[in-house]
Design a protein around this ligand. Sequence first.
Ligand code: ZN
Length: 430
Amino acid sequence: MTEQFWDKKNETMPLKELKELQLKRLKKLIDYTSRNNKFYHERLKKANIRSSNIKSLNDIEKIPYLTKQDLRNFYPFGLVCTDLDNVVEVHASSGTTGKPVVGPYTKNDVELWGDVMARALWANGLRRNDILQNSYGYGLFTGAHGFEKGAQKIGAMVITISSGNTKRQINIMKDFKSTAVACTPSYSSYMAETAEQMGFDPIKDFNLKIGCFGAEAWSEEMRKNVEKRWGLVAHEHYGLTEIIGPGVVSECKYKRLHINADHFLTEVIDPNTGETLPPGEEGELVFTTLTKEAFPVIRFRTRDLAVYFEEECKCGRTLPIQSRIKGRSDDMMKVKGVIVFPSQIESALMQVRDISDYYQIIKTKKGDITSLSVEAETSLERWKEGRIDELEKQAEDEIFSVLNLHVPVKILQPNTIPRSTGKAVRVVER
Ligand code: ZN
């Protein structure tokens, strides 16, 4: 039997030992950041935190949260905890909602990143003989680089094709016999559509067996669609520029998301009160990086909502588990008093046969009142067949059954919603 774990010792360590390791590393982190960065020095001093008064992991609650605003205030290198001469690589978020978040890495940080990504890809089933088509956009964004580092560490062949130029992607995928693909889930579905338009059968004419997807919120239903279309097993990847990029959480073959908790400490908090919640309750994820050098964070509020569990998994990993992300608290919409996440609408739409993977949620604001409607594409056959009003009604009923809210749905003919080669635009404001 081939080895199941990339790093057996750390992935299967008894939980008690793991927590002792986390505590030891947390204390070290407090000394390290306080010694090497002015912001942390002052903040920890003000809260009267020294490593000597951190007796248990719960004592972390005495440290104030770090927010995205703090990161912006110290743009670009104000939170770096090492001499800039030690930084060998820098990434940044797109910065669509303000100044970008900058992620600097030392040599050791780059090693760590490659290692947690190797864990993640190994857990997905990637091995030396695999050929990974890396269709995340290369650039400042962490995605493509993280997947490249992890796959190369395993010894797989990486095709550094980046995103876009989709017909060329398809030809390369066929000629090079790619066995795995890394990209956003929406781009994988666009690639399948393009392959079909080029006259190929995505299942018969290609060798894909593993999909490594992330960087956007997607539903279980969307996962099933993508798996069916390509005949592959689709795995979720979760990470953030603020933490390390992808590699924070890896999905095992039972599709459970294991947190690489020896390096990243997770808390879940009530997003409104900031209170820490016990395992099993849904709240905002807060991360502390335990071993990073250039840009460690202590109690970073992600605004991502999920549930944290500590329980055994059939795969043998003892690493704690997080649920899939319900959405960013920023994406949350309040419509007629009902809390709505785009992923909930997606999962309702995907229940309806004849609705394709392409949809948009239209948000209209009149004064303080937000209303929603949905535009979704159907297949060409169904469009020709007609009875579109029936399809609309069916989709509206599905959404109602999930949200208890009437959201009007308009069915469009194929190829009317813009395709994306990166993160799909699911919500538009009109
Ligand atoms: Zn598992």
